[in-house]
Design a protein around this ligand. Structure first.
Ligand code: PLP
Length: 377
């Protein structure tokens, strides 16, 4: 089954009891037992709920892993992964991962004695050098936000395997439609399903898939112990949203590619960052490990003042954080998502004051071009 078909027919199709084509919302906390310990596979909804179970089965199949898990947010998903480790364990983490990832590692899990070293994961030698005897995992994103830096998942999986550590990939930006880290050797993949998987700016959720059954068992233990699970209503919304992931991602990418090309031909834009452009440093690598380039673009309009002007004038781009929804969203990372990073570190990374990020939606691309054109002129 190809990915587009798998998105429609994967997992648990409908309801075996009634023939309902859509998985019902099992709004229930507990389940009647025939005798003590005799039940139909569900005892209590923190441990397992049929709607959430359908979603978990579905994402496991889509990502090609042994088991899937659904959480109340991407951060709850990551926090559950991190809770598998012990005091004194060490992590190697990408140096420009999502800000919330950085925050929860440095300010929450550090309190429990989990240590971390931040490295550029596109530099394989740096990753290898950062691994210590107590290292338990490498945590990475590719492409990153907002500079869309690409790291080699297979090569990192090779390093992880040789050193006996887990490779954990945040696949939020690419989605399983374009990229399957578990097929490239990663052990755990996770998503902020709030973004492309949900796709309609109406649900906050996180998904995790473990490649092997033992890691899956460990994760289920921690998921049930901590309890940051996704409710049945939101599980259903994700099941619904993901059915159209294929057509949405095709459209996001077509629009992003068209807009990136159009921007790169303008003399008033200093720099356009999109992995689908041959000028992008990760252009070759991303084609090796993914089937597409995604729907995120960044470009430099030159100054904070000019960025303000553009953002004030656009009509079809909603000024907002987040990404991955049907509507185009526009932001200035230096003053929004990345404002907590010190100015000199931002400069080092290349997150300039004039850098504008667009999560390209699925509107008619001609309208997106005309709107951006009037805002820039
Ligand atoms: C949004 C995001 C997260 C956090 O997910 P939430 O659902 O907001 O908790 C993690 N990683 C990436 C890449 C994200 O964009």
């Amino acid at each position: 089954m190809r990915i587009k078909t798998r998105l429609i027919h994967g997992g648990i199709d409908g309801d075996p009891h009634t023939g309902a084509v859509s998985v019902p919302i099992y709004q229930v906390s507990t389940y009647k037992q025939e005798a003590i310990g005799v039940h139909k596979g569900f005892e209590y909804s923190r441990t397992g709920n049929p709607t959430r179970h359908a979603l978990e089965t579905y994402i496991a199949e889509i990502e090609g892993g042994a088991r899937g898990f659904a959480f109340g947010s991407g951060m709850a998903a990551l926090s559950t992964i991190l809770s598998m480790f012990n005091k004194g364990d060490h992590l190697v983490v990408g140096d420009d991962v999502y800000g919330g990832t950085y925050r929860v590692v440095t300010r929450v899990f550090s309190r429990m004695g989990l240590e971390a070293t931040y490295v550029d994961t596109s530099d394989l030698a740096a990753v290898e050098a950062a691994i210590r005897p107590e290292t338990k995992a490498i945590i990475m994103e590719t492409p990153t936000n907002p500079l869309l830096k690409v790291s080699d998942i297979s090569a990192l999986a090779g390093i992880a395997k040789a050193k006996g550590v887990l490779l954990v990939v945040d696949n939020t930006f690419m989605t399983p439609y374009w990229q399957n880290p578990l097929d490239l050797g990663a052990d755990i993949v996770f998503h902020s399903a709030t973004k492309y998987l949900g796709g309609h700016s109406d649900v906050v959720a996180g998904l995790v898939v473990a490649k092997d059954a033992q890691v899956g068992e460990d994760l289920h233990f921690v998921q049930n112990a901590i309890g940051g699970v996704l409710g049945p209503q939101d599980s259903w919304l994700l099941l619904r949203g993901m059915k159209t992931l294929g057509i949405r991602m095709e459209e996001h990418e077509h629009n992003a590619r068209t807009l990136a090309k159009w921007l790169s031909e303008r003399s008033d834009i200093k720099r356009v960052i999109y992995p689908g452009l041959s000028s992008h440093s990760g252009h070759e690598l991303i084609q090796k490990q993914a089937r597409g380039f995604g729907g995120m673009i960044s470009f430099d309009v030159g100054s904070a003042e000019r960025a303000d002007e553009v953002l004030a004038k656009v009509k079809y781009y909603t000024l907002a954080e987040s990404l991955g929804a049907v509507e185009s969203l526009i932001s200035v990372p230096a003053r929004m998502t990345h404002a907590s990073i010190p100015a000199e570190r931002r400069a080092e990374l290349g997150i300039t004051d004039g850098l504008v990020r667009i999560s390209v939606g699925i509107e008619d691309v001609q309208d997106l071009i005309e709107d951006l054109d009037q805002a820039l002129s």
